[in-house]
Ligand binder design. Structure first.
Ligand code: ADP
Length: 418
């Protein structure tokens, strides 16, 4: 086997009705192909495949029905093969899979075998919306290339360094233990990548900086990262806790749930749907896209303005909380769709916090760029930064590091997340 020469990693992010993928060459970090299969199982399935550079550069689209994940991966393999990048290529070193929930067991990327799959399945009750699709993706990829290392990279792993006082809820300890109720945190791959890139941007080692990461996409989470290790994060048992999100409520008094059950007569499933899908920005004003909300605010729409204010207020509370958790903060960094693009959110979230050392440079904040950058003045005590996230690249990096470092061990226990 000449696997030592192979340098490509295929990253798969399998959702319930979609598969996102990227093929990266780890020798130079180049992106060879990226794509998406969506509406799997429907008649209107669609595959969009893009080769970003080189002689085959361009985008192709397929609209033939894709009945299941097996067919999706087969179609992805066919598209890659058309560009000479097929799944059977000896250049392919491994397949890295995003797995949302790794519980307490998976603290690092892990080569998947039967026992690991059973463990990921055991976590389905705490991640019913995500882990089943991730498992299907892994099984399908294994069937296609049983000889290749399949590596699971967990959204929760970066947060497993949280101390118990941050990870546990103040509920009956025996009940919590029996049902594995604790704060796991999510978006960990993004928080790991962005906090490390922020240290690079500051010209420092990750061990030397304390960072508050604000991942503001449709889902949103904050984390406090001390010297490269996560010490607190805003999502909890599930991705519902914490910040106001596109469709999720984030923090609320748990008694709201009893009230909805007892007084409004709603079922558990109805309350689940309300809080996960009909709340957050969409619940407050009917839109979850920050661009649309800003447009409406410009037209004097009061519901949109209130939604924006509630969103920003929660964000500011977390910045303050994590400032206190960390004691000393070197940088506050914004990432994901809203964090990278919405200058108004960055401005409102940091306004009036000069006493904490947080100052924005209005001109730098207005610049649109895909590059990591500072949006605070050079002399500021706390840097404010925008660092575009790249979860696929981080999954590929961790996957490649694991298979390069371990030939027998299953878990990269020595893997640094920093
Ligand atoms: P996710 O990966 O959680 O689906 P993203 O990180 O892609 O989400 O973020 C999507 C969100 O980013 C959109 O819902 C929208 O609110 C916001 N967004 C994207 N582009 C812009 C923009 N130019 N200005 C403001 N907000 C934006």
């Amino acid at each position: 086997m000449t696997r030592s020469r192979a340098s490509r990693v295929l990253v798969l992010n399998s959702g319930s009705s979609s598969v996102k993928y990227q093929l990266l060459d780890m020798r130079d970090g180049s992106r060879l192909a990226v794509g998406l299969v969506e509406r799997i199982g429907e008649q209107t399935s669609r595959l969009v495949h893009t080769v970003p550079a080189g002689p085959n550069a361009g985008t192709r689209e397929r609209t033939d029905p894709v009945p299941d994940h097996g067919a999706a991966l087969k179609a992805v393999g066919e598209e890659l093969a058309r560009d000479g990048l097929g799944l059977d290529s000896p250049e392919l070193a491994a397949i890295g899979h995003r797995v949302v929930h790794g519980g307490q067991r998976f603290t690092a990327p892990t080569v998947v075998d039967d026992e690991v799959l059973v463990e990921i399945e055991r976590l389905v009750p705490v991640a019913p919306l995500h882990n089943p699709a991730n498992i299907t993706g892994i099984r399908t990829a294994r069937a296609l290339r049983p000889d290749l290392p399949q590596v699971a990279v967990f959204d929760t792993a970066f947060h497993t360094t949280m101390p118990e006082h941050a990870a546990r809820y103040a509920i009956d300890a025996a009940t919590a233990d029996a049902y594995r109720i604790r704060r796991y945190g999510f978006h960990g791959t993004s928080h790991a990548y962005v906090s490390r890139r922020t240290a690079e941007l500051l010209g420092k080692a990750p061990e030397d900086v304390n960072v508050i990461v604000l991942h503001l996409g449709n889902g949103a989470s904050a984390s406090a990262v001390a010297g490269g290790r996560c010490v607190d994060t805003s999502m909890g048992l599930t991705p519902l806790e914490g910040l106001v999100m596109g469709t999720r409520s984030g923090d609320l008094d748990p008694a709201v749930i009893f009230h909805l059950g007892r007084v409004a007569g709603m079922s558990m499933d109805e309350i689940d749907t309300l809080l996960n899908k009909q709340s957050g920005l969409v619940g407050l004003c009917g839109d979850n896209d920050m661009r649309e909300i800003r447009r409406r605010i410009g037209e004097g729409d009061r519901a949109a303005l209130l939604a924006f204010e509630i969103y920003v207020h929660r964000l500011r509370k977390y910045i303050g909380a994590y400032y206190a958790v960390l004691g000393r903060v070197d940088a506050v960094v914004f990432t994901a769709g809203v964090g990278e693009n919405a200058a108004e959110v960055r401005e409102a979230a940091t306004a009036g916090l000069e006493e904490l050392g947080l100052v924005l440079d209005t001109e730098l904040n207005a610049v649109r760029s895909a590059e990591p950058r500072l949006v605070s003045p050079a002399h500021a005590r706390v840097a404010v930064a925008v660092v575009p996230t790249d979860e696929e690249r981080e999954i590929a990096r961790q996957t490649f590091a694991l298979i390069g470092n371990t030939s027998t061990g299953k878990t990269a226990t020595g893997e640094s997340h920093a």
